[in-house]
Design a protein around this ligand. Sequence first.
Ligand SMILES: [Zn+2]
Length: 231
Amino acid sequence: MAVRGQKGPSALRSAERFVAEYVDERIEDEPVVLEEVDPSEGTSPPEDWDSHAHEDDEDVWEGVETSAAASKSSFEAARGKARSINGFSVGPAKRIGVKTYRVPGTKVSLPVRAIIAPLLIGFAKEFHQKVERLRKGWCWGHANRNIRGSKRPSFHAAGIAIDLNAPKHPLGRKGTFSAAQRKTINALCKKYGLRWGGNYRRRKDEMHFEVILPRAKAVALAKRIQKRGAR
Ligand SMILES: [Zn+2]
């Protein structure tokens, strides 16, 4: 189902179709159970962390490549100074509906946007089970920051991105996962509608996972996964 060589917004639509088709093929799974915890349980990234520049990279998403132009179009200039990514506003945790959830089966809690939490928490749970054990203090979620040296917000500022075991998979380093782990990561990203920073064509960001679907699609998939299990 790989769609290559397309440019612009049509390529982004191809990515959406790709997810829709994949969703129908999936095997019934357990619903994602969300356990909300106190925000103090969540880990904030260190102050010197915000050098991520995910969105400056070309989109390479599950075999569906989108152009830099399509990537830029996902950053909408909303009214006033508010901005959004994929239709999700950016801002402080309370204002944009970020809550902190424990990743089932772990001691790790992640602050993420509640309305799409099943995507990121469900993914983190399976990452822990099937890829690598999550370590407390090494996993981060929402952070209301711009990309360093830029006025553009990070996906983290919208509460739609997480970094897992960050010190083991630093920004810019390639090959921090085995081939088998990469395969599992890519399958899980498909399942949960995420894009992996390890697939960025230029600077790799293997710790990083983000919701790439437009808001309505992401919310619909999250509801479906929470209610019936990931299919
Ligand atoms: Zn990140």
